[in-house]
Write a protein that binds this ligand. Structure first.
Ligand code: ZN
Ligand code: CU
Length: 489
């Protein structure tokens, strides 16, 4: 029987980190059926001069709600992303009580009809998503669901109920448990509370993914806490968007990585991810104490989405302040105290360029966009540009890591860590999630001012054997699946 699809004369970079080889690759149904010399196929693609590699995995997404609002997932698919992990930073859309609003500016997006992971996946699949989705169950959500946004410890009964939600999500195939310990209400949790909840992932071999309690002055203490939680709970630790925030702390990612290496040498399982940009992004109110606004911080902040005053989207706080003839503090206060102020998403330039390179050189460092899919405003360009930016800027232009190594960290390493079985390698029998691109021209085009632009240099993206994007055109194949932890579908 002829194959459905064959790539001829591709440079196959298989995801293991090995050098590329010249080969044909055949796809039949949803699988890779041959790597070598291919026979006849219904659709043949001349891949000479192009790299064929496994589809990229975005290990850090906030697309829980996006899968329902934008099932075409164009901003990720066009980057070559075929699978991603949602539910990060403690923000997940499960558990959910239909109709309830959990917190303002919830980056997991609004809940809807579902109540748990099974029914959430069902709602997503009904819309035929373009890419695969795996989920973490988030601490902020679980805590908001049971305790609300109050600043207090849970009662024994509430803790038991919270544990039950984590356990249920794990039973239904969640990858693990995530925290965002700088955010409300996660920041009100003691270390022991997090240990108790993370330990519910242990019987499933699930992981603990964390936006740590501090990424600035107290970065190393926060790493210590994360490692402690992992070892007490008996789960692997994944440090999200590793960084040293604030000029005074630049360079300290080296100390933090050294501590990670030490833990790994001692037998602990630890991995990390990073995005290739010097700015972070998130709900502005979560970063601000209205009684003591940090003007040094405010000077480096840009507004992405602002439902009350869309005119300020894309502007820096100092520009807005100059226009309004008021101070940086007053500007921040005015924006946040407006009726929908808590829905403002901002970008803050807090990261050192050299630290990104240090991060990318670490062999346990994966790539996670941390993109916030609010397409109404001007989102941080990482939403559209992350994967090509690593290949264009850090591989091709600067030579920070090799192409094969970058691909390994965007594919097989991520699939292994996040339990996406049967994916992440170009190998016979594996799912046919593939990207075909030109290594000489692939590049991100999204900028802070013009962020909603798809990358260039990607010839084709295949999801579960279906051509999902070709020459920049989205085919609407809708072949994405719900990926349950280590279950291989
Ligand atoms: Zn985060
Ligand atoms: Cu995040």
């Amino acid at each position: 029987m002829p194959a459905d699809l064959a790539f001829r004369n591709a440079t196959v970079i298989d995801g293991t980190g090995s050098p590329g080889i010249r080969a044909d690759v055949e796809v039949t149904g949803d699988r890779i059926t041959r790597v070598g010399a291919a026979g006849a196929a219904a659709r043949e693609v001349d891949a000479s001069g192009l790299v064929l590699c496994p589809g990229f995995v975005d290990t850090h997404s906030h697309d829980d709600g996006a899968f329902l609002r934008y099932p075409g997932m164009e901003f990720k698919l066009a980057q070559g992303v075929t699978s991603e992990v949602s539910g990060n930073c403690g923000f997940s859309t499960i558990p959910n009580e239909p109709g309830r609003t959990y917190m303002p500016g919830d980056i997991a997006g609004p809940g809807s009809t579902w109540t748990d992971l099974d029914s959430y996946f069902e709602a997503c699949l009904a819309l035929r998503p373009a890419i695969n989705n795996a989920m973490l169950v988030g601490h902020n959500r679980v805590r908001a669901h049971v305790v609300g946004l109050e600043k207090r410890p849970p009662t024994a009964g509430e803790l038991a109920e919270m544990r039950g939600h984590v356990a249920q999500a794990m039973t239904q195939g969640a990858v693990g448990f995530s925290t965002g310990l700088i955010y409300e209400p996660g920041r009100y949790a003691s270390t022991d509370e997090v240990v108790a909840l993370a330990s519910e992932a242990a019987p499933f071999g699930g992981i603990y993914a964390t936006h740590m309690r501090n990424e600035g002055d107290r970065l190393l203490e926060a790493v210590e806490e994360a490692l402690h939680i992992g070892s007490k709970a008996g789960v692997a630790v994944h440090i999200s968007h590793h960084k040293a925030a604030g000029k005074a702390n630049w360079g300290r990612v080296r100390d933090s990585l050294a501590r990670v290496d030490q833990a790994v040498a001692g037998g602990q399982e630890v991995t990390l991810d990073v995005y290739p940009y010097t700015a972070g992004s998130g709900p502005m109110w979560q970063y601000v104490n209205l009684d003591a606004i940090d003007e040094e911080w405010a000077a480096n902040v840009m507004i992405n989405s602002c439902p009350d005053t869309p005119a300020v989207e894309g502007m820096m706080i100092p520009e807005i302040a100059a226009e309004r003839e008021c101070s940086l503090s007053e500007t921040v206060r005015d924006l946040l105290t407006a009726p929908r102020g808590k829905q403002i998403i901002c970008t803050h330039f807090i990261i050192d360029e050299a630290d990104i390179e240090t991060n990318l050189r670490h062999p346990r460092m994966m790539i996670g966009s941390d993109g916030i899919p609010d397409l109404k405003g001007r989102p941080h360009p990482r939403l559209f540009g992350t994967m090509p930016r690593v290949l264009a800027e850090y591989v091709r232009a600067r030579g920070v890591i090799s192409l094969e190594e970058a691909i390994r960290r965007m594919t097989s390493l991520s699939c292994e860590r996040f339990g996406l079985s049967g994916r992440g390698l170009v190998r016979e029998g594996h799912f046919a999630d593939l990207v075909l691109f030109d290594p000489a021209t692939i590049r991100d085009t999204a900028t802070y001012k013009e962020p909603k632009q798809e990358p260039q240099g990607i010839a084709m993206v295949v999801v579960n054997g279906q051509i999902a994007c070709e020459g920049g055109r989205h085919t609407g194949a809708g072949a994405g699946r719900a990926l349950r932890y280590r279950q291989g579908w």
